[in-house]
Design a protein around this ligand. Structure first.
Ligand SMILES: *[C@@H]1O[C@H](CO)[C@@H](O)[C@H](O)[C@H]1NC(C)=O
Ligand SMILES: *[C@@H]1O[C@H](CO)[C@@H](O)[C@H](O)[C@H]1NC(C)=O
Ligand SMILES: *[C@@H]1O[C@H](CO)[C@@H](O)[C@H](O)[C@H]1NC(C)=O
Ligand SMILES: *[C@@H]1O[C@H](CO)[C@@H](O)[C@H](O)[C@H]1NC(C)=O
Ligand SMILES: *[C@@H]1O[C@H](CO)[C@@H](O)[C@H](O)[C@H]1NC(C)=O
Length: 430
């Protein structure tokens, strides 16, 4: 009986999404018109459940309440960081035997998730949660297909009833060949519940050699989608992601934009793995790509200079630009150690012309800071040749003006070594 129901639902889901995508590009649930911003526990706190030894660092309601407080009170919410997202290991080792619903671990979440969501909402913070499209979550907790029974509709209903605002649906213990069935079924379930929930897929994260057809299906079903490796606390990890996004830039650009975003994983700024310059580098790339800005760090003890990077208004504006264009890789040399990326921004008030952002990256780990210099029109052929552009350094908000350039002139910037960037904005001057 259960299997019959499931099959029927699959069929309905297919018919539905087919008709739907004939008319609109992307899953038009009206959510995440800008890349979501917030905080997510995974990279920093992973699956630490020993609250005796780690009373401040274990996955429990205190951790999330602390982060909700920091987001609300320390300027993050004002800057745009809105979500606090629970990751793996929040639930009990079984489902409710009667209702089959997911339940939170009662020792670590004594008040329950619904109460936690109320707490978040009382501070104007949104609460996200984690599940998995397989039989178990990556950490071994009950998944959507726990005991090989499909709980998609029960879980979507439960999350809505708890007033959850965002769902990350991971892909462990699942048949990757069925992602094109299981993820879209969840899309349909979320479409039908009352509370609006943004949907983060881990499709295609577990797939290799991803076709245009697959990306287009993902775009039709998810608000954001994790791809590539999970980030860890190191420069190497950030660099590999930058390279992967560079290698696939031309393909990714086509599926990225308002309502549907590639997700290169969390911002690790404020932890132990990145130097000051490398922290600016992660922020700069993520903002140039217009991807989700989900910090995974300890906001209770973050160093002020790292907080300043995360709250940089100019960079956040680049990330949240209404056009939502992923930057283009225009120069790649020396095995990815020299890179230049450009991004078109939306026009400012009384002016039809587009501002642009340009990023210079220097990965070399030997020698002094070095000058990178390129003719503007060679980087951005679209620039209006008859006017000049004011150049502003986006990491120096107090004294940002660098000068005025015509498209046929060189943009020369001194770039520090070892994975550093310079990021400027060109503002058309009429
Ligand atoms: C809740 O988590 C604790 C570890 O913090 C674990 O010992 C306990 O078995 C879990 N309870 C359930 C019901 O899963
Ligand atoms: C789903 O993906 C599998 C594996 O790639 C493929 O064989 C199948 O045809 C796909 N189904 C649909 C309906 O696209
Ligand atoms: C990736 O897929 C394409 C088209 O489906 C195929 O032509 C190509 O050989 C595949 N590449 C690898 C490395 O599997
Ligand atoms: C370039 O800018 C000038 C001055 O604003 C404007 O008259 C002209 O139409 C622009 N050209 C293009 C191709 O946008
Ligand atoms: C800008 O000036 C303020 C106040 O003097 C200072 O706290 C801040 O660190 C400066 N920021 C930069 C990027 O230099």
């Amino acid at each position: 009986m259960m299997m019959m129901t499931t099959t029927t639902k699959f069929l309905i889901c297919f018919l539905f999404s087919f008709t739907f995508t004939t008319f609109v590009y992307g899953w038009n649930n009206g959510l995440s018109r800008r890349p979501p911003m917030g905080w997510l526990s995974w990279m920093r706190f992973a699956c630490e459940i020993d609250c005796k030894h780690y009373p401040n660092d274990c996955i429990d309601e205190k951790l999330y309440k602390d982060m909700i407080d920091r987001i609300a009170e320390d300027g993050y919410l004002q800057a745009g960081y809105q979500y606090v997202n629970i990751d793996d290991c929040w639930n009990a080792h079984y489902r409710d035997p009667k209702t089959l619903r997911l339940i939170a671990n009662q020792t670590r979440f004594p008040s329950g998730i619904k109460t936690l969501a109320k707490y978040a909402h009382s501070k104007k913070v949104l609460l996200g949660i984690y599940e998995d499209v397989g039989t178990l979550t990556c950490g071994g907790y009950p998944g959507t297909y726990y005991n090989n029974i499909d709980h998609t509709y029960i879980d979507a209903e439960t999350f809505s009833e708890w007033s959850i605002d965002s769902l990350k649906l991971d892909g462990c213990y699942a048949d990757t060949n069925k992602f094109n069935l299981t993820y879209p079924e969840y899309t349909l379930a979320l479409t039908n519940v009352q509370h609006p929930i943004i949907y983060s897929c881990s499709w295609p994260a577990y797939l290799k050699n991803i076709s245009d057809e697959t990306y287009s299906e993902i775009r039709d079903n998810c608000n954001l989608w994790r791809n590539y490796n999970d980030i860890v606390d190191s420069y190497q990890s950030v660099f590999q992601i930058i390279k992967y996004y560079g290698q696939n830039n031309k393909q990714f650009i086509r599926y990225h934009g308002p309502g549907g975003w590639f997700d290169p994983d969390m911002l690790i700024i404020g932890n132990n793995g990145l130097s000051y310059e490398q922290s600016k580098t992660q922020m700069a790339f993520w903002c140039m790509w217009s991807v989700p800005l989900l910090m995974s760090n300890d906001l209770r003890s973050i160093r002020p200079e790292m907080k300043e990077i995360l709250l940089n208004k100019e960079l956040i504006a680049i990330d949240q630009d209404p056009l939502g264009i992923m930057a283009s890789l225009v120069i790649q040399k020396s095995n990815w150690q020299t890179q230049v990326w450009t991004k078109k921004l939306s026009p400012m008030n009384n002016n039809e012309l587009n501002p642009w952002a340009i990023l210079y990256f220097n990965g070399h780990q030997l020698g002094p800071d070095s000058y990178m210099s390129y003719k503007l029109s060679s980087l951005i052929p679209e620039l209006n040749q008859t006017i000049s552009y004011d150049v502003h350094d986006l990491f120096n908000s107090n004294d940002s003006y660098l000068g005025k350039l015509k498209p046929n002139q060189q943009l020369e910037l001194l770039v520090p070594t070892a994975g550093s960037v310079r990021l400027v904005k060109l503002i058309p001057k009429i």
